[in-house]
Design a protein around this ligand. Structure first.
Ligand code: OSB
Ligand code: MG
Length: 371
């Protein structure tokens, strides 16, 4: 497989509903789409960096800069036997996993299309439907929160995750438990707490949460190990896990019992499979995170989440919760049992709607191999 051309699209789409985390509130999503061409086929990827450096230090502008200046020259005109060879070829670029993942994942889609297989098949997926959960942002009132939980449970989602931050934590959980009983419930702090909050976080223990996601800082593995010894709720790491090696250290240090895998955060599908396998070998369950992707990134996530150790429901929900219309057809839907079908066509197996991409595009560039 020879990658002959890379195109980048800086896109912005309005969100169907605002999304608030401990970093702040967003009403739209800015992201970079990657299109690659080779052997008479195309492949699509989506970089999950946001317009701001709050979840991660990468932004849409750093992704553009790094792909154009440093990743494209390492990939263009190169023949890869398999897309698993792309991530190692980018090794001299340190970090910038979201930039790498955009290109790497597009290469997996390209390879799957060239060989006429679904991406799930190429990745080693073993199930034809994935379990779907929702991530509900911080709301203006508890009433609004309870309404959203009710709506998502009625839609069939298999578990509810709520965002928490100091001042929006115990009472939100208490009210959900009071109204909805023992539903599968987890919380995500996006690094909003410190060890000084241990007593407060321990007060979540009686609520039987599935997990608490990234309570402490993004670069802090060791404090999570200290915290985990003092709370019963299983700690799950998100932001901290940028590499398979950090995951290995975190597991060794008992800093977490569960890991959230987002391919964008670790550099793409190859690193995600390695992380998945590492966790499986240590009895650490994984689930697939979400980054408010368009249907292109979410289709990738669905294929990856079909691997066997994704045993907890992912943050992979229906298109209509995010974008209307989405950039793909048909839209991603969940069935009444809270599952999403893994597309079976070649590659990511969804149709890309080019005129919707064009309408969402703020900037475009096409890069080709220099002969
Ligand atoms: O921490 O999991 C997170 C969205 C943007 C950035 C970080 C996170 C999230 C989500 C949304 O929780 C999950 C989704 O895509 O539905
Ligand atoms: Mg998270």
């Amino acid at each position: 497989m020879k990658i002959e051309k890379i195109e980048l699209f800086l896109c912005r789409l309005p969100l169907v509903q605002f999304f608030e985390t401990s970093f702040g509130r967003s009403y739209d999503r800015t992201f970079v789409l990657v299109r690659v061409e080779g052997d008479g086929h195309e492949g699509w990827g989506e970089s999950v960096a946001e317009a701001n450096p709050y979840y991660s230090s990468e932004t849409t502008e750093t992704v553009w800069h790094i792909i154009e200046g440093f990743i494209a020259p390492l990939v263009l005109g190169q023949a890869f036997e398999h897309p698993r060879d792309v991530f190692p070829a980018l090794r001299r670029v340190r970090g910038h996993n979201m930039a790498k993942a955009g290109v790497e994942m597009a290469a997996w889609d390209l390879y799957a299309r060239i060989t006429g297989q679904s991406l799930a098949t190429v990745l080693g997926g073993t199930r034809d439907r994935i379990a779907s959960g929702v991530s509900i942002g911080i709301q203006d009132s508890y009433g609004q929160l309870l309404e959203k939980v009710e709506r998502e449970l009625a839609a069939g989602y298999q578990r509810i995750k709520i965002k928490i931050k100091p001042g929006w934590d115990l009472e939100a959980v208490e009210r959900i438990r009071t109204k909805f009983g023992n539903i599968p419930l987890q919380v995500d702090a996006n690094a909003a707490y410190s060890l000084d909050d241990t007593d407060l976080l321990a007060r979540l223990d009686p609520y039987g949460l599935l997990l608490i996601e990234q309570p402490l800082d993004y670069d802090d593995v060791m404090d999570h190990a200290v915290l985990q010894k003092q709370i019963k709720t299983p700690v799950c790491l998100d932001e901290s896990i940028h590499t398979v090696r950090i995951a290995r250290d975190a597991i060794e240090a008992r800093a977490c019992q569960i890991i959230n895998i987002k391919p964008g955060r670790v550099g793409g599908h190859r690193a995600s499979i390695e992380l998945h396998d590492l966790c499986a070998a240590h009895g650490i369950p994984v689930w697939h995170g979400g980054m408010l992707e368009s249907g292109i990134g979410r289709a990738h996530n669905i294929h990856l989440a079909s691997l066997p150790n994704f045993t907890l429901p992912g943050d992979i929900a229906a298109s209509k919760r995010y974008y209307q219309p989405d950039l793909i057809e048909p839209a991603i839907e969940i069935s009444a049992d809270g599952t999403i079908a893994v597309p079976t066509g070649p590659g990511i197996g969804v149709n890309i709607v080019r005129d919707r991409i064009d309408r969402a595009t703020l900037r475009h560039i096409a890069l080709e191999a220099t002969p």
